[in-house]
Design a protein around this ligand. Structure first.
Ligand code: FE
Ligand code: FE
Length: 187
């Protein structure tokens, strides 16, 4: 079978999925856990795909470009722009907004910031900290903001060591379907 965009995505995980996510789990484990949490939550296919691919941008960073080195490589924007080649905004917007969603939740939900992992708290500072009231309003008005907040909760929870979750291959059809649907809309 001819290689597809799904193969290209899976190859990126093959190349870099074993990188550390930063909380004693790998990028691939984090992605699979987030997608599984979305499935268990009854999320739409597009939100499941967004959960799986929300840190896709990390797979293309230089290995020193991480929060622990004091660098914010804007992985959310980079990932979304790469994925725009294949998917519609229902997948790429929640991805682009998943860091903003953290800043929003820090500003709006009592106790949320205290519950973040050490790595998430460290990166929060680099990402600009909690939102101001004006930033909150702007975020809330953005399309797919609510999906971004749901995605954020999977992101925060998908950091369990040695969790047993379905493998990447189980998402092949879902990704192919979403990509084809987005392609049809632009034809
Ligand atoms: Fe992220
Ligand atoms: Fe993440």
């Amino acid at each position: 079978m001819a290689p597809t965009f799904v193969d290209e995505i899976f190859e990126a995980f093959d190349r870099r999925g074993a990188d550390q996510y930063g909380e004693d789990i790998t990028q691939l484990e984090h992605a699979l856990q987030c997608a599984q949490l979305a499935r268990e939550d009854g999320a739409s296919d597009s939100l499941v795909a967004a959960a799986l691919l929300h840190d896709y941008g990390h797979l293309f960073e230089g290995r020193g470009e991480q929060a622990e080195h004091g660098i914010d490589a804007h992985h959310e924007a980079h990932g979304a722009s790469l994925l725009k080649r294949w998917f519609g905004p229902e997948v790429t917007r929640p991805i682009a907004l998943h860091v903003a969603a953290k800043r929003h939740l820090c500003a709006t939900e009592p106790g949320y910031e205290d519950g973040l992992s050490d790595a998430s708290r460290l990166s929060l500072q680099l990402q600009g900290g909690r939102f101001t009231p004006e930033q909150r309003q702007k975020f809330e008005a953005a399309p797919f903001a609510q999906d971004a907040i749901r995605l954020r909760r999977y992101d925060d929870a998908g950091k369990v060591q040695d969790a047993r979750v379905p493998p990447l291959e189980t998402y092949r059809d879902l990704l192919a379907r979403l990509g084809e649907a987005a392609q049809k809309r632009t034809d």
